[in-house]
Design a protein around this ligand. Structure first.
Ligand SMILES: Cc1ncc(COP(=O)(O)O)c(C=O)c1O
Length: 375
């Protein structure tokens, strides 16, 4: 029996053909037609005027912060429950992350606590708020937008895993001043590695493009700023373009898997599916469940492993971890309580019906010791 993987690329489109074109046409580096085409398709899919492709989602977020006006020494509000890259991008931009807790309802940034952090840190220059669409579930952008607008600071979506998710009828990554996406191998669509900055502001897009390619001016070796080498290559964009061509099909499969798992798990006291707020239509990126305790979660992962099914523990509170412990934090207890209890299950868009059945059979043969209490 083969191991069922957690979330792997689904490369059943025109990836090989486009990659072959890169080699045949000698366009393998950061110049080349696929980069532009990929950017256009991503802008179209997110309802944005401009998309600027980067080497990954982490660098995309760092540059988005910089073009949004975040300067070294400024502070930036981010959720405490997110991937380390969100905090790292803030720190790489020279800024200070302020960790704010998430809500039980959405596992995304708590707008009331973000407002409280802004009032409490009135002597600190908080230059931006970053909302993360956790597991592809959109954050409450309208509420967060009210908070950021009142303080006249930009709101940025770290929409790394949220392409195709919808918030009140609008596409994720098209909701705030700027947004970033990741096209890492575990995402709903991949470019092998890659990221994109999205904005409706032409000047921000031009600045991001300029800074991402060493801030070079003219055709000589002259520069007007300290830039980066962050531009996506044509090879990565070739894969990304082939993937975006199949985005609707892959989202439909992911949502069908999520809905099948939801039905199978409904009514269970020992495992709860990830949140679904009324404002959200998820893209089904990474189907995850909440267990009653950390030991139940560890036990579930082991049980799945014994059944040749990959399952993995998800994010943990960042401010509780040594590299981030000294930064300011505004916590309820949600992030801490989620830590170690969230388990992600196989949900690749190339997971066939028999494999899904194997996942569900293994889940039904497992019983947690603790009921899930989420408050
Ligand atoms: C919330 C979040 N932000 C940022 C990133 C970073 O993206 P990348 O791995 O492409 O650098 C990820 C990647 O998984 C993520 O989940």
């Amino acid at each position: 029996m083969d191991m069922i993987p957690l979330a792997i690329p689904d490369l059943r489109g025109r990836e090989s053909e486009y990659l072959k074109n890169c080699v045949d046409d000698n366009w393998v580096s950061s110049a080349g037609p696929y980069v532009t085409e990929f950017e256009e398709r991503i802008a179209e899919r997110t309802g944005r005027k401009h998309a600027v492709a980067m080497v990954n989602g982490t660098t995309a977020l760092q540059l988005a912060l910089e073009v949004a006006g975040v300067r070294p020494g400024d502070a930036v509000i981010i959720p405490d429950w997110t991937f380390a890259a969100t905090a790292n991008a803030v720190i790489h931009a020279g800024a200070i992350p302020v960790f704010v807790d998430v809500t039980w309802e959405s596992w995304t940034l708590d707008p009331d606590l973000a407002a409280a952090a802004l009032s409490n840190l009135s002597d600190t220059k908080i230059a931006a708020i970053v909302a993360v669409h956790s597991l592809g579930h959109p954050a409450d952008i309208d509420a967060l937008n009210e908070v950021s607008t009142a303080r006249k600071i930009p709101l940025i979506e770290d929409a790394a895993g949220a392409i195709g998710s919808i918030y009140k009828g609008r596409p994720a990554a098209g909701l705030a001043d700027l947004a970033t996406l990741s096209f890492n191998g575990n995402k709903l669509i991949t470019a092998g590695g890659g990221g994109v900055i999205l904005t409706d502001d032409q000047q921000q897009a031009a600045r991001a493009r300029h800074l991402s390619s060493q801030a070079r001016v003219g055709s000589r070796y002259q520069h007007d700023a300290i830039g980066y080498n962050y531009r996506m290559t044509n090879v990565n964009a070739a894969i990304g373009l082939a993937q975006v061509e199949r985005l609707d099909e892959m989202i439909a499969i992911k949502r069908a898997i999520a809905s099948r798992y939801d039905t199978a798990l409904s009514g269970r006291a020992d495992i709860h599916p990830m949140p679904r707020c009324e404002w959200a239509t998820i893209n089904g990126w990474l189907y995850s469940v909440l267990c009653g305790s950390i030991s139940d979660a560890e036990n579930l992962i082991q049980h799945m492993q014994d059944n040749k099914i990959q399952a993995r523990s998800f994010w943990e509170s960042l401010s509780a971890q040594p590299p981030y412990a000294a930064y300011p934090k505004f916590l309820s207890d949600v992030s801490q309580s989620l830590s170690g209890r969230v388990v992600s299950l196989p949900c690749s868009s190339n997971l066939d019906a028999d494999q899904q059945t194997r996942v569900l059979d293994a889940l039904s043969n497992w019983q947690g010791q603790q009921p899930v209490r989420s408050a």
